[in-house]
Design a protein around this ligand. Structure first.
Ligand code: NAG
Ligand code: NAG
Ligand code: NAG
Ligand code: NAG
Length: 376
């Protein structure tokens, strides 16, 4: 686990030499999840897509590699206990959905469970919520993982529907039932950034087995499904016990609705809101508490802030948010060893605006390429 940041850092340096390769930032495929069907069937349409079927043998192998390198052996018996009695330990629809995915991919249910836990806790990211000059709220995020190559291949957008209407949308990976990026149309948008959690596997599994805490990504999905207003979403994200500390970044559909919630496992330590009337027209979060200086070797906050300041409130829209998320060292610059907003680990960029739900989009990033011609 502790290698996650080191991996991002070392790969970042590599990206410099590849900076002249051709750009390949492509929007990802979108699927409907019918919430009116049984949980076991929620992901069948995705699973049965020939494009996805083709990836499953590779997914099986990559999942095994990811598990071997991420998961300490001593927690595997706890994973077995959890898997053997999934309904007892995990709420619906998540337990049924995991069974359905295991069934249709042929991947072992225990591995699906581990992957869902692992995604919950290894995301290095940058999230920004900004209000433009007209008062519209925009939310952009990069999701960075050490296992980028594998995850890029299985990134999808999901529209969770009931009676044919989209209740909420998320960006996810095949096999992953939680949400780290999502939108409740006309209400709010949420992203999750990892917060340093030390040795979390044991803590997380104990909390789950004692039913004392929620998976981070389950709480996000439940909030997307059930919270009807921005304020309710903030309360729920701030005060529900979790298996690990995280940052929640939330955007609303009305002016001045933007916040970074700094969580420990029990509850919020801090809720930092935008305040456009006083000049704070955006809030941004990487993976460090906003009241502390980020470490010099991973300061993605500064270049993001600089890019936002340069764009200015009047220049904010879907396209410029995407460009800010694409801030990277230019070929030929002197200081290249610093991780930038877009780095080798970035798997996707998502741009959202709760008040304009049709804007929601996600691009798989191949950061070795040039800025995309296909950006919004
Ligand atoms: C597993 O898949 C088969 C067909 O692919 C289906 O008949 C069966 O009902 C599924 N089982 C579960 C538990 O979803
Ligand atoms: C991702 O998919 C491409 C084909 O689309 C394949 O060449 C590549 O090996 C895959 N990468 C991983 C890590 O699975
Ligand atoms: C961005 O602008 C804000 C407000 O004017 C200022 O406090 C901050 O230092 C600037 N940051 C950067 C990196 O330019
Ligand atoms: C978005 O804003 C940029 C300036 O930041 C501007 O150049 C561009 O034309 C705008 N795009 C749209 C679609 O309004």
């Amino acid at each position: 686990m502790e290698s996650c940041r080191a991996l991002v850092l070392s790969l970042c340096v590599l990206s410099v030499s590849l900076a002249l390769a051709a750009g390949r930032d492509v929007p990802v495929k979108r699927y409907v999840v019918n919430l009116d069907a049984a949980p076991e069937e929620h992901f069948l349409p995705m699973c049965q897509d020939p494009d996805i079927l083709e990836l499953i043998p590779m997914l099986k192998k990559d999942a095994k590699d990811m598990i071997t390198s991420l998961v300490p052996e001593e927690v595997l018996p706890l994973v077995d206990i959890l898997t053997a009695d999934l309904d007892q330990y995990l709420p619906q629809p998540f337990a049924g959905e995991m069974r359905g995915i295991a069934n249709c991919t042929g991947i072992d249910l225990g591995e699906i469970v581990i992957l869902n836990l692992a995604y919950d806790l290894t995301a290095f990211c940058t999230s920004i919520v900004a209000q433009d000059a007209k008062g519209t709220i925009w939310h952009g995020r990069n999701l960075d993982y050490g296992f980028g190559d594998f995850l890029r291949n299985i990134t999808v957008m999901l529209d969770f529907q009931t009676k044919g209407q989209t209740l909420y949308t998320s960006t996810s990976y095949l096999g992953y039932v939680g949400a780290l990026t999502g939108q409740r149309p006309n209400k709010f948008t949420i992203t999750v950034d990892e917060r340093d959690q030390g040795a979390w596997w044991m803590n997380a599994l104990e909390a789950l087995l004692n039913k004392k805490a929620s998976l981070v990504s389950f709480l996000v999905r439940e909030t997307l499904a059930e919270a009807d207003t921005y304020d309710v979403a903030i309360q729920r994200l701030a005060y529900t016990p979790l298996i690990a500390p995280v940052y929640f970044i939330v955007g609303g559909a009305n002016v001045a609705e933007g916040a970074v919630i700094t969580r420990d496992r029990e509850s919020a330590l801090d809720i930092w809101t935008m305040n456009p009337a006083q000049g704070r027209w955006f809030v941004l979060e990487t993976n460090y508490d906003h009241w502390e200086e980020p470490p010099a070797d991973d300061n993605r906050r500064m270049p993001t802030m600089k890019a936002m300041n340069t764009t200015g409130q009047a220049g904010i829209n879907a396209s410029s948010m995407f460009q800010v998320s694409s801030t990277r060292p230019q070929f030929g610059h002197v200081v290249l060893s610093v991780p930038h907003v877009l780095n080798k680990g970035t798997t996707y960029t998502a741009i959202m605006s709760a008040a304009q739900p049709q804007v929601y989009n996600t691009w798989v990033r191949w950061p070795e390429g040039q800025a995309s011609a296909q950006s919004p």
